[in-house]
Design a protein around this ligand. Structure first.
Ligand code: F6R
Length: 242
């Protein structure tokens, strides 16, 4: 596990954007795994800036997002479809047909999960997966549990995650209780992974990810088994690493 500690959120985001852009420079038709949430926002901003400066070209890039809430249509402002479009895709030249996000409004969610997993496989697999981390150590929406999902699946969100994500909704009651998420093996099959974390509230989860035992109770700890994982964290998030 390679760990890069940056001074703050801004430099962490810049470093992550540089890693993504060099991946695309090395392989123009890279397959990227993308995350939502607060953490990658400044990374997306930096990538948009680099695209405008002609430093990166998304014309041949394909993307697969980690997750999506169940029951929210793409137009819903709280959906991850909307987030990605609004915060990143509308400002770069990625082709619409190369964007993949699970459809949480599908009438057959089980089939949707299988189709999504198959599509990742058929694409040749994810070259670089970007992850954030929950305060409880979740990655994607793989929440701490006795058993974790292997492949893309429907997951129940924990009370803690619903509370954490309610900051984006009018009220906690509006946060969907279920989501579609890539499974642990889906994530671990990525050729390279970068995990971003910023702030004191992530310090404990990061310490457990780095120093803790591998446990399904801390899904991010499974990343210790990945041969090419880089953590890019700011000083606050790194503050409890041994
Ligand atoms: C988002 C995702 C989640 C978030 C995590 C951290 O697609 O899969 O695992 O990365 O909940 O969220 P923030 O960055 O908002 O703290």
């Amino acid at each position: 596990m390679r760990i890069i500690v940056e001074k703050d959120y801004h430099s962490m985001s810049k470093k992550a954007a540089l890693m993504l852009s060099s991946q695309i420079t090395l392989k123009a038709n890279s397959i990227l795994g993308l995350a939502t949430g607060g953490t990658p926002l400044a990374m997306y901003d930096k990538l948009i800036e680099m695209y405008r400066e002609g430093e990166v070209d998304f014309k041949r890039v394909q993307s697969f997002n980690l997750d999506e809430y169940c029951g929210l249509a793409a137009e819903n402002e709280n959906s991850y479809h909307y987030y990605m479009q609004h915060n990143f895709f509308k400002d770069i030249n990625i082709k619409a047909e190369n964007i993949n996000i699970p459809d949480g409004s599908s009438s057959d969610l089980i089939q949707e999960c299988q189709n999504y997993e198959n599509k990742i496989k058929q694409s040749g697999g994810i070259d670089l997966q970007v992850l954030g981390i929950g305060e409880n150590g979740h990655i994607g929406f793989n929440e701490p549990a006795e058993k974790l999902n292997v492949a893309t699946n429907i997951v129940e969100l924990t009370e803690e995650t619903i509370k954490a994500n309610s900051r984006y909704f009018a009220s906690k009651d509006e946060v969907p209780q279920k989501a579609i998420s890539m499974g642990m093996a889906t994530i671990l099959k990525a050729k390279r992974i970068i995990l971003l974390a910023s702030g004191k509230n992530k310090a404990e989860a990061i310490a457990k990810t780095v120093n803790g035992k591998i446990s399904t109770q801390v899904p991010a700890s499974l990343l210790q088994s990945h041969p090419r994982i880089t953590l890019i964290v700011d000083q606050q998030a790194a503050s409890l690493i041994n």
